[in-house]
Design a protein around this ligand. Structure first.
Ligand code: KIV
Ligand code: ZN
Length: 386
């Protein structure tokens, strides 16, 4: 198969890294509903779970493998035979199975998590990939805490696991530690110094502890990575994972990057709501792309500019991500132009002098109230005309 060198593979981990958040646990039916929506959205890979972690997760990977056809179904393991045996069993119905195995790569993890040595960890990494390869052709290797790993050792590990058969090498910034240029340089170093790197796809997997998950993922893609691991609404461990909707819309908005995905972005609004409802995990109103305020304009200066030409304050059309429409919210910071817009929407065409009077009354009301609704507006006009 010929790969488009500019295609970015979207690896969704909402159902694995996202679902492990306290309170977000889903049953198998809920996972299937989300997985079907992810398939419709056009993701390339669905990480369906960590089968050895619980009977429920094992069962979910089995059922998702049956329910979903197009995306690769991926199951997470640690670098040991039992995890891999269990994952392979859970993936037995998958049309396109992938085992995602790995181990810590930073000296910190090697010493304080595994109480081990670089040599031993390297051997375990290679052994795990070779073992997973007995079951499936598609094996992804993750070098946990790669964000803090020594780059020479990381390169050695990546080369060894590719030689052992890894088809994808995941370079996670597990702790959300890196700055974008540091993370980008890491990916570039691997691209330039690992001699067999072209035999695998480099994947970026970033956490948001410093609010840099999306920026780091983009830096990785700019430096040669071609798979991004992400979640809907950016949910995930601690401060979350890279948000899929942000990455996809950055690539669409900045065409100069020359990268594309197979995602149908018009589904973001719907799938964001499905995930927040199923997982009982609200989304902050100012969240990029899918937050309730992402397309609402509230200050007078912005409203005036928006009403003259939407593109003064809109770099993405709401309909491009499935949002019902942009909204002009009426508050005490709104101007006459916004008030006139809403009054006309309600059928009230007022002459300038009347509009000025209603505007003054509107400001008094808006100072005393959180938001002005249609009933308030109709009452203001009725009082004025009385
Ligand atoms: O953040 C991380 O390192 C992970 C791995 C298990 C891929 O989630
Ligand atoms: Zn993670």
């Amino acid at each position: 198969m010929i790969h488009d060198p500019n295609k970015v593979y979207i690896f969704d981990t909402t159902l694995r890294d996202g679902e492990q958040v306290p309170g977000c646990q889903l049953d198998t039916n809920q996972k299937i509903e989300i997985a079907k929506s992810l398939e419709l959205l056009g993701v390339d890979v669905i990480e369906a779970g960590f089968p050895v972690s619980s009977p429920g997760d094992f069962n979910s990977v089995i059922e998702l493998s049956k329910a979903v056809t197009n995306p690769v179904i991926c199951a997470l393991t640690r670098a040991n035979k039992n995890d891999i045996d269990v994952a392979a069993d859970a993936l037995r119905h998958a049309k396109r199975p992938r085992i995602h195995t790995g181990i810590g790569s930073s000296d910190f993890h090697i010493k304080h998590k595994f109480n081990s040595t670089r040599e031993d960890i390297l051997a375990r990494a290679v052994e795990a990939v070779k073992y997973a390869k007995k079951y499936v052709e598609d094996v992804e290797f993750y070098a946990e805490d790669a964000g803090r790993a020594d780059i020479e050792f990381l390169a050695k590990m990546v080369e060894a696991v590719i030689a052992a058969g890894a088809t994808v090498v995941n370079i996670p910034d597990t702790n959300g530690y890196c700055l974008p240029d540091q993370y980008g340089s890491k990916i570039l170093f691997l691209k330039e110094n690992v001699k067999n790197i072209d035999n695998a796809i480099i994947s970026v997997h970033c956490h948001n502890d410093l609010g840099l998950a999306t920026a780091n993922s983009i830096a990785g893609l700019q430096n040669g990575a071609r798979q991004v691991e992400c979640t809907i609404n950016g949910i995930g461990e601690r401060a979350g994972n890279t948000s899929m909707e942000e990455v996809v819309m950055i690539l669409k908005t900045h065409k100069v990057l020359g990268l594309n995905t197979s995602i149908d972005a018009t589904q973001f609004y719907d799938i964001s709501h499905t995930v927040r409802n199923q997982m009982n995990m609200p989304v902050q109103p100012n969240k990029a792309i899918v937050g309730a305020n992402a397309f609402s304009h509230s200050s007078g200066i912005h409203q005036d500019g928006f009403l003259k030409n939407r593109e003064n304050y809109e770099i993405i059309k709401p309909e491009d991500v499935g949002f019902p429409d942009a909204t002009i919210v009426l508050t005490a910071r709104s101007g006459r132009h916004a008030l006139k817009h809403h009054l006309e929407r309600l059928g009230h065409k007022l002459e300038k002098e009347h509009l000025d009077i209603v505007y003054k009354q509107f400001l008094v009301l808006a100072d005393s109230k959180q938001g002005i609704n249609d009933t308030d507006l109709n009452q203001l006009v009725a009082l004025h005309l009385a």
